[in-house]
Design a protein around this ligand. Sequence first.
Ligand SMILES: Nc1ncnc2c1ncn2[C@@H]1O[C@H](COP(=O)(O)OP(=O)(O)O)[C@@H](O)[C@H]1O
Ligand SMILES: N[C@@H](CCOP(=O)(O)O)C(=O)O
Length: 354
Amino acid sequence: MATRSFTIRVPATSANIGPGFDVVGLSLSLHLTLTVTITPPNLSSPALPPAITYSGEGADEVPLDAYKNLTTRVALYVLRCNGIAKFPSNLTIHADNEIPFGRGLGSSGAAVIAGVLLGNELGELNLPLTRMLDFALMVERHPDNVTAALVGGFVGSYLRELDKAATEAASVPLSEVLPEYPPDAGEDWGLDPPQPPLGIGHYVRFGWSKSIKAVAIIPRFELSTAKAREVLPTEYTRKDLVFNLQRLAVLTTALAQEPPDPELIYEAMKDRVHQPYRKSLIPGLPEVTSNITPCSHPGLLGICLSGAGPTILALATEGFEAIAEDARLIFREKGIEVDWKLLEVAGGCEVIRK
Ligand SMILES: Nc1ncnc2c1ncn2[C@@H]1O[C@H](COP(=O)(O)OP(=O)(O)O)[C@@H](O)[C@H]1O
Ligand SMILES: N[C@@H](CCOP(=O)(O)O)C(=O)O
């Protein structure tokens, strides 16, 4: 057996883009990159357990134990669902991550997609894209980030209505999909993980005007997506739902038009389903989204919370620095420091075999 080596590259994503809560996602030019090597076993020494090294965002908090790390746990889930009980021996993984944790830029979605691709490569499974999406959706239950990270671009997705048996299969608690594996890395955990139903997620890629870039204004604090979902109501008024549906219908086409129309897009990026409820967790959010407008900031098209926050996403054709620096001043008044990055819309995930 020869040494095998490959690289997996997955983009960051910004979900929701205002009115598209749990529906739309946009892939962005920050990446999680895994460099993976499997060396042949050396008959004179014992087989080595998986070894993970890590650099970049999250390096001080991410677990390096392959049975605790999100990416490798997802990979093991995919392997086990496909009849392979263990990681191969002598597996080394270096993760280099540009996506900040817990900021609304899809770090967990990228880690999940990286895990699905890793399982697919390690097991030489040749899973079709749609099946990889099924595995990702068993772990991250909202489709917006993982779909955009998988296929790239500006993407809309829905979860298919499943029959009773498939609904039960897809509602398995995450602790069963990704069990806390025992610490003994040599143990065989059997092959009975909950299998994803077939064809859970469906998507379409919208057009995107080449002139639009994304300014990510990233507060220096983490907000877990789980916590930012807990503050959302379970029911909405018809008025608020119609408000969002009208805007989302316009937005998906408006962002592809040349030249993009700031008046149309600014209004179409407003939201009444998640942002109003999240402002208690993100001081400065309503002030930034209402005070930075196409009139005050030429080049701005629209501004919203990125994913579950706390990052703010401004879509613009020019004037990027003025947008970001004025957002910085508003956040500073609330005692929050930010960093900002000018990002492009990225392609989907890639596997490069060496
Ligand atoms: N590259 C990674 N490797 C392992 N775990 C990761 C990675 N990226 C993110 N995670 C996990 O996901 C968590 C953040 O997920 P989440 O709260 O959904 O925020 P977001 O996806 O918006 O960054 C991190 O605290 C970490 O546990
Ligand atoms: N639709 C989800 C998106 C969460 O994205 P993340 O990047 O914050 O994980 C939500 O708004 O909860």
